[in-house]
Design a protein around this ligand. Structure first.
Ligand SMILES: Nc1ncnc2c1ncn2[C@@H]1O[C@H](COP(=O)(O)OP(=O)(O)O)[C@@H](O)[C@H]1O
Ligand SMILES: [Mg+2]
Length: 206
């Protein structure tokens, strides 16, 4: 079976690319051979991955040099965490590799404006490559707030489809990261987060 190649991209920092790539990769690794690729030349995720492997809970993490390497035939899922830069060569390489690009956005007006250029870059890419799937993913949503609902409507105006599932704002994403773990290794505390990451997996595998 071909490798499904997913990239998390938004030139805006702090919207959840690394957090979501990390946790999604752990969920996918339960289904098949998965590689998490840290496309940021700073390589912080690659270090985090090595540290997590020492703790015995790791998944395979590669650095940006792997962007131009041949993928092993046995690889089922590739998850790429893009650097927060539109024009970085690593971003361009990552987007060229991807079958599916997810753009995390926070449901706040400032964040949406800051994401506009990234959305436009993807729309341009899709003009040249119509098979490229791209969608916005609302992260850190707070379900019951009217503000969040208004922001969700605003996300819909950016120009790309919005995934029907949201990722909630949950302390366990932060605490898992501090422990070098994913939400899958957090027991009961991670259950709600695991459930939404599983929903995300079902969405991207459609
Ligand atoms: N769903 C979430 N709930 C709570 N905290 C989150 C969530 N997603 C991300 N964070 C936190 O927000 C910060 C920025 O996330 P990060 O994944 O580093 O963004 P990016 O890679 O886009 O710069 C981190 O401190 C991370 O722990
Ligand atoms: Mg990051």
């Amino acid at each position: 079976m071909a490798t499904l190649r997913l990239a998390f991209f938004n030139a805006k920092g702090g919207c959840g690319k690394t957090t979501l790539a990390w946790n999604l990769a752990f969920g996918l690794a339960r289904r098949g051979n998965t590689l998490l690729l840290d496309a940021d030349p700073q390589g912080s995720l690659a270090r985090w991955g090595a540290w997590s492997e020492e703790g015995g809970t790791g998944i395979a993490v590669a650095g940006s040099e792997q962007l131009s390497a041949t993928l092993p035939a046995s690889l089922r899922y590739l998850v790429i965490d893009c650097p927060p830069a539109l024009d970085a060569p690593q971003t361009q390489q990552a987007l060229a590799l991807a079958d599916v690009v997810l753009l995390p956005v926070l449901p706040s007006p400032l964040d949406l404006w800051a994401s506009q250029r990234s959305v436009e870059a993807l729309l341009q890419l899709q003009e040249r490559r119509s098979s490229l799937r791209a969608a916005l993913l609302i992260n850190q949503s707070e379900d019951r707030s009217a503000l969040s609902r208004a922001a969700e409507q605003a996300v819909g105006t950016l120009g790309l489809p919005v995934l029907p599932i949201h990722i909630g704002r949950r302390a366990v994403y932060r605490s898992a990261a501090i422990e070098g773990k994913s939400v899958y290794q957090m027991g009961k505390r991670g259950a709600a987060a695991v459930a939404e990451i599983e929903q995300l997996i079902e969405e991207v595998r459609k």
